[in-house]
Each structure stands twice: as C-alpha cells, then as structure tokens.
Design a protein around this ligand. Sequence first.
Ligand SMILES: Cc1cc2nc3c(=O)[nH]c(=O)nc-3n(C[C@H](O)[C@H](O)[C@H](O)COP(=O)(O)OP(=O)(O)OC[C@H]3O[C@@H](n4cnc5c(N)ncnc54)[C@H](O)[C@@H]3O)c2cc1C
Length: 427
Amino acid sequence: METFDCIIVGTGPAGMGAAFSLIERHPESRILMLDKTPYSTGGMRNDCKMNFTFPIGFPLEYWDEDVADAYLDEVMKFLRPDILPKSNIETYQARATRLGCSLLEIRQTHLGTDGGLALIKDLQERLRQAGVVLALGETMTDIDNRAKTITTDKRILGYRSLLVAPGRQGFHFLQEVMQKLDVPYVDNIVDVGIRLETRIEHYPIVKDYYDPKFYFKEKVRTFCTNSGNAHVVREKYATARGDIWYSVNGHAFAADEKRNNGLVNFALLKTVRLTEPLASGQEFAEHLGMIAALMGGGRPLMQRVGDFRLGRRSKEATFNGDLYDFRPSLQGASPSDISLAMPSKILRYIWSAMKNLDTIVPGILHPSTIMYYPEIKLYANKPQYRDEHFQVAEGVFFAGDGAGTSRGITGAWASGIRASRGMEEYI
Ligand SMILES: Cc1cc2nc3c(=O)[nH]c(=O)nc-3n(C[C@H](O)[C@H](O)[C@H](O)COP(=O)(O)OP(=O)(O)OC[C@H]3O[C@@H](n4cnc5c(N)ncnc54)[C@H](O)[C@@H]3O)c2cc1C
C-alpha cells in the first residue's frame, strides 16, 4: 500500500489552494491529489469569474474580514488577476440606497469558460513539475481514520493527513464521510431562486461592472452575472433515492466581439434558513427541484416576464413572438408557470427585488426577459469543526463549497490554503 504525507480529494479550487501551499512550504513532502473525473479542476471549468473582496464567497460563520483578507492576499499573489475596471458605480449605488438596497463594489476578474480551461492546464502542469502526484479518474469511496487509509475505486492508500474537498456535487458523499467519522453536522441553509436572461441593452450596467453585486431586502441578492457570449446551462442532480432533477446556472466565454450573442444572465437568490423543527436544506431543495422537474416534464422551467406579469403561463408560442425577440440560450427548458412551482414567499421576495432592480437599472422587466427556475445552491453542509483549519477528525480536514467553508472559486481556494496550514502539523 502506498502512503502519502497528504492526500487531497478533489482538484477544484479548494484542493488546488491546499496543494500549491503545501508543496511550496514543504517541497520534500509526498502529496497526492485525486479526482473522480478524468480531467477536472472542478468548478474552475465554468466561467471562471473570480471575486477578490470580502464577503463575496466567504460564509460569515467561518470568516471575518481580517482573516479572509489575509488569505485573499495569498490567493491574489498566486493567481495575479487582471482586475476589471468599473465605471458609474456611484450613480447606481445612490439609486440603490434610495430604495433601501445596496451595491457592493468588489475586485473581480473574468477568464471565461475557455480562459478557465487554459488556466487549469497550466495549474496542473505546475503541480506535476513541483512533484505533486495527480490521479485523475479515481474516486474516493471510503475512509478508515483509525488505520489512516482511504479506499478508492482502484486501490487502498495511506495518509498522514487528508483533505476532502468534493464540491457541491459531493454533498451526499461528504455526509457519508461525516457519518463514518462521527462528525456532527447540520445542513439547514439553502439558496433558492431564479436566473434571469435578457438582452444586454435591458441590463446595461454590465458594461460598467461585469458582475454587479446587489443586495435587496429579505436576503435576496444578485449572483453570478455573465454577459457577451453568455449561456444559461442546466446542472443535473440526483436525490439519495436516485431521482433526477435540474438546477439552472450560467457561464460565458471570454470576451470576443465576433461570438457575442448579445445576452446577459444572472441569478437572483434568496437565502432560506430552516429552523425548528430542524429540516435538511438539502431535502427541502430536492423537493423543490422535483416539483419543478414534475411540472417541466423532467426539465427546468422558463417563463417570459411579460407572461408572468399577466399571470399567464408561457407556451412555445411565447418564445416565437415579435415582442419576445430573442431565443433562450438554454434549449432544454420547458415554457411554464413558475409561480405554480415556487414557494410563494420566496417568489414574492424575488419579484420585489426584480422591481427594485428595474428602478436602479431600468430594463430588466422588459416582457421578453426570461425567468428560469429553479436555481438552487446546495453548499450548506455545516460540520462541527475542531479548529480554525477545518479539521473534523484527527488528521482529516474539509474545505470548499461542499463543506460550507466557501461559496465561489476564490473563497474555495482560500479555504484550501487555510486547511493546509492545519495539515502541515502532520507532515
Ligand atoms: C456553471 C457554473 C458556473 C460557475 N461560475 C462561477 C464563477 O464564475 N465564479 C465563481 O467564483 N464560482 C463559480 N461557480 C462556483 C464554483 O465553481 C465553486 O464555488 C468552486 O468550484 C468550489 O470549489 P471546490 O473546490 O469546493 O469544489 P469543485 O470545484 O466542485 O471541485 C470538487 C472536485 O472534487 C471531485 N470529487 C468529488 N467527489 C469526489 C470523490 N469521491 N473522489 C474524487 N474526487 C471527487 C469533483 O470531480 C471535482 O473536480 C460556478 C459553478 C457552476 C456549476
């Protein structure tokens, strides 16, 4: 059996942050990275828009500004981002403030899905050259922390310290690991919302600020704005019983005038915190996803704002009319009535946020704007951590979106570095 000083499960940004930090500070150590996909660097394959200002991407239960800033400095030094310029921010901020909303000014960069792929190739090559062993296409299936071994679909491996960073889609897997290690956890928070798609002229702020971060009342916020060559996509999820449902998401390719489709998409998300009697946010989200799948014939739903305002469902015809003048970038969605599928309280807050947004940046309520549902973020596993380095059991650490320590690429990278500082104790 081969034994490593550190094994890192997941080559997403959380795993990358840990690997680069460990190999830089301990070049002699033996480090193995595993990923179940044959390519991967996890979520950096999608859009690769990176935010470098607290609190974007940093769950407040684990981070304060000073700690996050210290790790963000390290992330910036490593990734050396070209921060995108912004303009007219004060005008939008003044309009938002008048309505009791806010617009956060943050440092961000955008590589695009294609730019992200080039970065991933470079990062993996640098790790290999530094001596890190990458085992792609290999899945961790089990753990025995007394014997300090993990089982994969190919072999048994020994570790001195282990980082498990499987991302949002590893949510169920992380819960299995926690049960095995007797780590108490709750998952009572979830983000539920819609994704809007419209013409850039109906949301022109994106020419001034690539991914504007608006905060509205009742914990509704804009999230993950994409424009230029921008597309809405669907992500497949399976419940523990194996039922399939879809969440929507969005991404864009790098700026290229020739391939620009003239569209913008972004999410409006409402954070839902479930309290007594404590329910699982994951199960709540799955039920919502299943209702949408039921109504959409197995697909996510879409509705034009024009139909929504009139209280009518959208139909195929709604996507061909003269007023409804652009084709949805996501072809695999069903024209429907999202108010039948979405809890009314969440919908009410989101609609209120849309009206506020239309006052701050007039245009978003154009009848042709498409509302896609559901967009759900399942990153709310909250394990009981033993220390500030996200250690859950002797020598075992978690990091990244699936473990609730981050909500985006830079936060995940920072949480990987933070976990690695605890792993160093075991080298
Ligand atoms: C369409 C889309 C667009 C996005 N756009 C952005 C954006 O522009 N900006 C931003 O900041 N964030 C964006 N995100 C979110 C971002 O991708 C995540 O916040 C980030 O990738 C989380 O990093 P992570 O390392 O925790 O997990 P991930 O990046 O998900 O990586 C986890 C890795 O673990 C591997 N894995 C899982 N289970 C196992 C196992 N049992 N054994 C071995 N390997 C395993 C997976 O294959 C995966 O490669 C986007 C997400 C999506 C889906």
